[in-house]
Design a protein around this ligand. Structure first.
Ligand SMILES: *Cc1c(COP(=O)(O)O)cnc(C)c1O
Ligand code: SF4
Length: 339
């Protein structure tokens, strides 16, 4: 496990001359690269290296970048809970991750220091969920909930599953790809509670689906947990139709349904990953019709300032005409509901 600039230099992933600059980045934003991920990096600037190796540009702030790009902080009624939509809310039991992604929208908060909710804070969160019957879904995120011990995770899932109006539990995680050895049988069976648990796996490149990762995902799925995928559109990582196609196909082979492709949130020091929305739409358009519909995620933007996620995928309707996957326009006249 690489945890700092000295570790990067020792692993041959950074030049000794960059040590001081990378130490400054590391003092600001957490660094962790587990051995399995390290093994996938062929070059510091390849699609895996770019995601996890700190870069001096992280300390440069672009004008539109915000510490809390999607406005979560203002929507937190109590520690660990974020409530933006009527039927669902986030619960962040800890802020530790298996890897620290250089483009993370929560980079100002996550780190090995913890953010672990105390028992009293967890109890307060449970009380909040009990008192909000309109909330039917708890989304465990963080940090990464699968960094909890199976014992602690089991306690959280069982307590939430016992709340009658909670119909759905969801876990957002990177552990199955970043540190698959953590997905033991004990952890996988922990997910098998009375209330359905859906798991959303964050992965951005096909190479993340190593045989170990696929086996870990299989253990989770065998516990009765449906798998969804979420990815971030990232410059130099997955910003071409071929790379995205390979990523989504790798997900489907691992029994994961691609759910969201996120537009990058403007977190501090992440400008080198930015891909304009128009380019994202062009890339997705190139997949439509050529690649199985199962591979098609919803391309979404989290509107800065806490206004929520909206689909921003390519538009196929245009002034009474519809574009087919080949880009040819067809008249809509005669189609029900159109003029
Ligand atoms: C992203 C997010 C959710 C989940 O949204 P879905 O569209 O259901 O995946 C819920 N709450 C908050 C605050 C979020 O940012
Ligand atoms: S795993 Fe998720 S929360 Fe953790 S650093 Fe990566 S993007 Fe951020």
């Amino acid at each position: 496990m690489i945890r700092d600039a000295a570790g990067l230099v020792a692993a041959g992933l950074a030049e000794p001359g960059d040590l001081a600059a990378l130490d400054r980045v590391g003092a600001r934003y957490a660094v962790a690269i587990p051995d399995g991920m390290r093994a996938l990096i062929e070059h510091p600037d390849d699609p895996i290296g770019r995601q996890f190796i700190p870069h001096p540009a992280e300390l440069d702030l672009a004008p539109d970048e915000r510490a809390d790009p999607i406005g979560d902080d203002a929507l937190s009624p109590l520690p660990g809970v974020v409530h933006r939509y009527p039927d669902r809310a986030l619960l962040k039991p800890l802020l530790i991750c298996p890897v620290y992604c250089r483009f993370c929208f929560r980079r100002e908060h996550v780190g090995p220091g913890g953010g672990l909710l105390s028992d009293a804070e967890l109890d307060a969160a449970y009380a909040w969920f009990r008192a909000h019957p309109a909330v039917r879904e708890v989304i465990l995120t963080g940090g990464d909930p699968l960094m909890l011990s199976p014992r602690r995770l089991r306690a959280i899932l069982r307590t939430l599953a016992a709340i009658p109006h909670i119909e759905l539990l969801r876990i957002h995680t990177r552990v199955p790809v970043a540190e698959p050895a953590r997905i033991t049988e004990a952890l996988a069976t922990t997910l098998d509670v009375a209330t359905p648990v859906w798991l959303v796996v964050h992965a951005n490149h096909a190479r993340e689906f190593t045989p170990d990762a696929v086996a870990a995902l299989r253990r989770i799925q065998t516990a009765g947990v449906p798998l969804l995928g979420q990815s971030v559109l990232l410059r130099g990582v997955n910003d071409s139709p071929e790379t995205l196609e390979n990523l989504f196909r790798a997900m489907l082979r691992a029994r994961i349904k691609p759910y969201y492709l996120h537009q990058l949130d403007p977190a501090p020091g992440t400008a080198r990953f930015a891909v304009p929305i128009e380019e994202g739409q062009r890339i997705l358009r190139a997949l439509r019709g050529r690649v199985t519909g199962l591979a098609w995620p919803t391309y979404v933007l989290d509107i800065p300032g806490g206004h929520g996620k909206v689909p921003i995928g390519p538009d196929y309707l245009d002034d009474g005409m519809v574009l087919d996957p080949a880009g040819i326009r067809h008249n809509l006249a005669g189609v029900s509901g159109t003029g």
